[in-house]
Design a protein around this ligand. Sequence first.
Ligand SMILES: [Zn+2]
Ligand SMILES: [Zn+2]
Length: 384
Amino acid sequence: MEIAGDFRRGCELVADLALVALGKKRIAIEQSTLRLVVTDKKHFGASLLEATGSAAHLEQLKIYAVARGFALKPDGLYRGRRLIASATEEEIYGALDLQFIEPELREGRDEIERAARRQLPTLVRDEDLHGILHSHTTASDGTETLEAMAEATRKRGFDYFGVADHSQSAHYAGGLTLQEIAEQHREADRLNKRYGGKFRVLKGIEADILADGSLDYPDHILKQFDFVVASVHSRFKLPKKEQTDRIIEAIANPLTTIIGHMTGRQLLRRPGYELDVDKVLRACAKYGVAVEINAHPWRLDLDWRWHQKALDYGCIFSINPDAHSIRELDHMHWGVEMARKGGVPRDRVLNAMGLTALLAHLSKCKSARNGGNRHPPAKSPRAA
Ligand SMILES: [Zn+2]
Ligand SMILES: [Zn+2]
């Protein structure tokens, strides 16, 4: 049995489940939230393709088939009365002289055109990720100690755990005082000594972006971290231009590594704040700041519909669980699904870098910071 429908396409919201099962008879059972298609081996691919959708993709695929002298029907691809392909999806796309289109990309955007030109990206996979870069511990609002989170991450086969607890202004979330930062760094050093280079705890922080776009600690403190996630946790109601300027100010800060949950949306709960996402993405590309794909199921922010634009501008992404418990480390998978829907390849994902490459990348950022030439001059009032 295979899961099809919206779930197989990695949609961020799934209202009903479609299943395709292999059996001797061919039947379809439909309820309000469940559709089960039973099909034989010969027609399995055609049934799976049809049950996976999306409606827009299938519609375009049918038109594409007709233009080339085929007919795509629910039980297979035909030329005249002759069944050409039906057992696997690969055979059907292949017979149409298309690259295989991954389910996540089947949204009726431009995937068929790109498949015809053999220009579909090789999408990032779960196993491509080498580490975790944004998670919380008991030092702020997480439920586990740094040691427990690091150990759970290591046991999941990752090479590094980047802690990023809340910063001092986030009182509600137990933001870290300067003393707590020093304690956490001592603990990280102790753990790293024990791991002896086989696994690494990276010292990060989720620094609040303050009202004026500055980050929540003075520079000499921020410089002590391996990486900085800059996030908005307050003043969601600012007018669009002010909100945009404030976030771009944070991105232009040479100490920012990643911009966290860019729009602040929570699915089914609240829309994101008013923001010129296009402009913010251009700033991320310009200043070399990674765009977070927050993998928490409530967030899945930045929305996958923006990913192609970000790729076109030259942005890199970081797929982060924003885990507050061990269980939430496994949310990484949903972030990968979003990246795949957005067409993101492995080489554009920060935490798809192995430990050595990531450390080299972070130290390059750090030395550029000290030299002051990582970022071109910003057009912000501060820089002027
Ligand atoms: Zn946050
Ligand atoms: Zn967080």
